[in-house]
Unconditional design. Structure first.
Length: 214
């Protein structure tokens, strides 16, 4: 494995160890970091056959950090969220809004990359719409997981749900994921297009090996 992805992998592994030592609620920690435990082995297993761009790996690592911090404190108790709440006079700790924004932002780049490299889709309106729809679908599936967790664990899943008394929490979560998906594509499409082209050129037979992916 080349250096940048390896460094990110080590950083995420260290984060899991550190946040797993004494989280506020052990059940919540497991529920929050579960996507990392599923995603990281898949990325490792597919690294040689289907490596991602450095941009995608970096965003995935950032998303992992957001999940680990939320799992360690629980989303309703993250200090950064309290600081924002007190600074701007908000009614709740909105760290979970950041988490759901990332839930749209990061999968948008990942889905975009997979579609660009494995389907006839090219950069444009259809790719934008399909990626956005995929991210919204992922967010909806996550809300189902939260619901099933509540049924399975009862009050033990209350911190995982993180509604903080907001009856519209599910709708807000999906809206933030939708906004994240749209913002990611508006901000990063051009950079991502170049990164994907560079990586695909490196994957061509006879291309010179490179020390790092774009």
């Amino acid at each position: 494995m080349k250096r940048p992805p390896l460094v990110l992998l080590i950083a995420v592994a260290l984060g899991l160890v550190i946040t797993g030592i004494a989280p506020y609620d052990r059940t919540t920690w497991w529920l929050e970091i579960f996507p990392i435990l599923i995603g990281a082995p898949i990325l490792i297993a597919t690294y040689r056959r289907f490596p991602l761009t450095r941009l995608a790996y970096t965003l995935l690592a950032i998303h992992a950090v957001i999940l680990m911090v939320g799992g360690y404190y629980t989303y309703a108790r993250v200090p950064l969220g309290f600081w924002v709440e007190h600074t701007f006079g908000l009614a709740r700790n909105d760290y979970d809004r950041l988490g759901h924004f990332a839930q749209g932002f990061v999968p948008a780049i990942l889905a975009r990359e997979i579609l660009l490299r494995t389907s006839p889709l090219r950069p444009g309106r259809w790719l934008f719409v399909i990626v956005t729809a995929l991210c919204l679908a992922i967010s909806a599936c996550y809300e189902f997981i939260e619901w099933w967790s509540a049924l399975l664990f009862g009050q033990g899943a209350e911190a995982f749900l993180g509604t903080q008394g907001d009856v519209w929490d599910t709708q807000w979560d999906m809206l933030m994921a939708l906004i994240g998906a749209i913002v990611a594509q508006l901000l990063l499409s051009n950079v991502h297009n170049r990164a994907v082209r560079q990586l695909m050129n490196q994957q061509q037979p006879g291309s010179q090996p490179s020390e790092a992916h774009a």
